[in-house]
Design a protein around this ligand. Structure first.
Ligand code: UGA
Length: 434
C-alpha cells in the first residue's frame, strides 16, 4: 500500500520503519529539515533498539523516503498516519497545534479516497473534529480513523509487531477494510482488534496510560507505607499481583513514573474531565502521589547522608526508564534538580549508558562520567535511578574501592542486596525496611 506518515518522532519512525520493512511504500513527512537530512543518511536521532537498522534497510530497498513537504505525499497516499507530537501546554491539556497543521496540509491536497489515521494520543472528540474540518474543505470522499498506539519506548518495534491489541475507531466499512489490510501482519498473528467509534478509541488510550500511572502511584504509595512499618514492598507487590484480577505487571516501585507519555496523558485527561465537568478525583491523586514519591526519595537520601551540604553523590541512571536515551520528565532529572536546590556544595557525578547527552542539555550542573566506576569516585553514596540491566553486572568490589563511603540507595530495587551487604555495602532499597 502507499502509506504516508506525518512526524518522525518515536511513533512516526516506528510506523514508517515497520510498514516499509513489510512491503509497503512509505513516505515519512517531517518538518524539521535537519532531522530529514540526517534520516535520509540513515541516522536515527533517538536510541531505540533495532530502529536504525530497520530504517537503513528500507532506505536501501527504496521502500522508505523522508521528505519535508507533505503535499505530494498526501496526494499519492492510500492511507495517512498522523504521528506528530501532542505535548502538554501550560494548563496541562494536549497541544494539538501540530495535528491541526497536518490536517490543514491534508485538506489542501486530498485528491481521492484516503483513510486518515490519528495515531498519536489526542483528546476525546479530536477525530470527530478532524472529520468535520476536512469535510468542510475537501470535495472528495475520505475517512478519519482513531487508531491509538501503545508502544513503549525501548521496545517500540517489538510492540508494534506484537501489540496486545489493535484499537480501531472507525465509522465506515471501507475504512475498516483498509485498516485490516494495513495491519495484516498483526492480524494474521491473532492480535485482537477492537472495532469501536472514534471517541471510545481516543478514550481507550487515555484510560490505558492513566491506569498504568495509577498502578505505579499505588505501588509507590505502598512502598512508603512498607517503610513506615518495616514491611517489604517486594513481597507485598508479589502477593498483590498473584490475584489474577490485579495481575503482576507494572507494579515495580521506583522513583516515580516519567517519560513523554504517562505524566502528560494524566494531565490531559484531568483537563478533559474539568472541561466536561466530570469529577475524576483519582487523577489528581495519581499526579500528587508521583510528585510525593520523588520528594520521598530526596528526603530519604538526605536522611541517609545526614544532610546534603558538601556531599558527593554518585548516580547511575538518568533516562526515565531503561532501554531509552529519553530524559523527558525523567524522575532521575527531577530528583537531581531537587537535590541541587536543597543543598549547598553538592557534587553529583552521573553515568547513564545512553541518556547522558540528553541529560547534559537539561542538567548542566552535574558532572557526567563515561563509565559506572567513575561515578563512584570518592562519593558518599551511590544512587540508582534507572533500572538498566548492565548495573547488575558491575564489579561491585571495584566500585566499593572507589567510594568514600560504601553506601547504595537503589530506588529501583534492582541490585542483589545480600551480595552487596556481604561485600560490606550499606544497602538501602525502596519499601524494604531499611
Ligand atoms: C507508555 C505506555 O506504557 C505505552 O503503552 C504507551 O504507548 C506510551 O506510554 C505512549 O503513550 O506513547 P512509555 O512512556 O514508553 O510507554 O513508558 P512506560 O514503560 O509506560 O514507563 C513509564 C514510567 O513508569 C517510567 O518512568 C518507568 O520507569 C515507570 N514504571 C513503569 C515504574 O516505575 N514501575 C513499573 O512497574 C513500570
Amino acid at each position: 500500500m502507499k502509506i504516508t506518515v506525518f512526524g518522525a518522532g518515536y511513533v512516526g519512525l516506528v510506523v514508517s520503519a515497520f510498514f516499509s520493512e513489510n512491503g509497503h511504500d512509505v513516505v515519512c513527512v517531517e518538518k524539521n529539515k535537519e532531522k530529514v537530512e540526517s534520516l535520509k543518511r540513515g541516522r536515527v536521532p533517538i536510541y531505540e533498539p533495532g530502529l536504525e537498522e530497520m530504517v537503513l534497510k528500507s532506505l536501501s530497498k527504496g521502500t522508505l523516503e523522508f521528505v519535508v513537504e507533505g503535499a505530494e505525499a498526501v496526494k499519492k497516499a492510500e492511507i495517512i498516519f498522523i504521528c506528530v507530537g501532542t505535548p502538554s501546554n501550560q494548563e496541562g491539556s494536549a497541544d494539538l497545534t501540530a495535528v491541526w497543521e497536518v490536517l490543514d496540509e491534508i485538506s489542501q491536497n486530498l485528491n481521492g479516497y484516503k483513510v486518515i489515521v490519528l495515531k498519536g494520543t489526542v483528546p476525546v472528540g479530536t477525530g470527530d473534529a478532524a472529520l468535520a474540518y476536512l469535510k468542510e474543505k475537501a470535495k472528495v470522499d475520505f475517512d478519519v480513523v482513531s487508531n491509538p498506539e501503545f508502544l513503549r519506548e525501548g521496545s517500540s518495534l517489538y510492540d508494534f509487531t506484537n501489540p496486545s491489541r489493535l484499537i480501531i475507531g472507525a465509522q465506515s466499512e471501507r475504512a475498516i477494510e483498509v485498516m485490516k489490510k494495513v495491519y495484516a501482519v498483526q492480524l494474521e498473528k491473532g492480535v485482537p482488534a477492537l472495532l469501536t467509534d472514534r471517541k471510545s478509541a481516543e478514550l481507550i488510550k487515555y484510560a490505558s496510560n492513566t491506569f498504568l500511572a495509577l498502578k505505579i502511584s499505588f505501588v509507590n504509595s505502598l512502598a512508603r507505607l512498607c517503610e513506615a512499618f518495616k514491611a517489604n514492598v517486594e513481597d507485598v507487590k508479589r502477593g498483590l499481583g498473584l490475584d489474577p484480577r490485579i495481575g503482576p505487571n507494572f507494579l515495580n516501585p521506583g522513583p516515580g513514573f516519567g517519560g513523554s507519555c504517562l505524566p502528560k496523558d494524566v494531565r490531559a485527561l484531568t483537563k478533559t474531565c474539568e472541561e466536561a465537568n466530570v469529577p475524576f478525583p483519582l487523577l489528581k491523586a495519581i499526579i500528587d502521589s508521583n510528585s510525593l514519591q520523588k520528594e520521598f526519595v530526596v528526603q530519604k537520601l538526605k536522611k541517609i547522608l545526614g544532610g546534603f551540604r558538601g556531599k558527593r553523590i554518585g548516580v547511575w541512571g538518568l533516562a526515565f526508564k531503561a532501554g531509552t536515551d529519553d530524559v523527558r520528565e525523567s524522575p532521575a532529572i527531577d530528583i537531581l534538580e531537587r537535590i541541587l536546590i536543597e543543598g549547598e556544595e553538592i557534587n553529583i557525578r552521573a553515568y547513564d549508558p545512553h541518556a547522558m547527552e540528553n541529560s547534559r542539555k537539561v542538567l548542566p550542573e552535574v558532572e557526567y562520567v563515561s563509565n559506572p566506576y567513575l561515578a563512584c569516585e570518592e562519593v558518599d553514596i551511590l544512587l540508582i535511578l534507572t533500572e538498566w540491566k548492565e548495573f547488575r553486572e558491575v564489579d561491585f568490589s571495584r566500585a566499593k574501592e572507589m567510594m568514600s563511603s560504601p553506601r547504595i540507595f537503589d530506588t529501583r530495587n534492582i541490585l542483589p542486596r545480600n551480595e552487596l551487604e556481604s561485600l560490606g555495602f550499606s544497602y538501602f532499597g525502596l519499601g524494604r525496611a531499611k
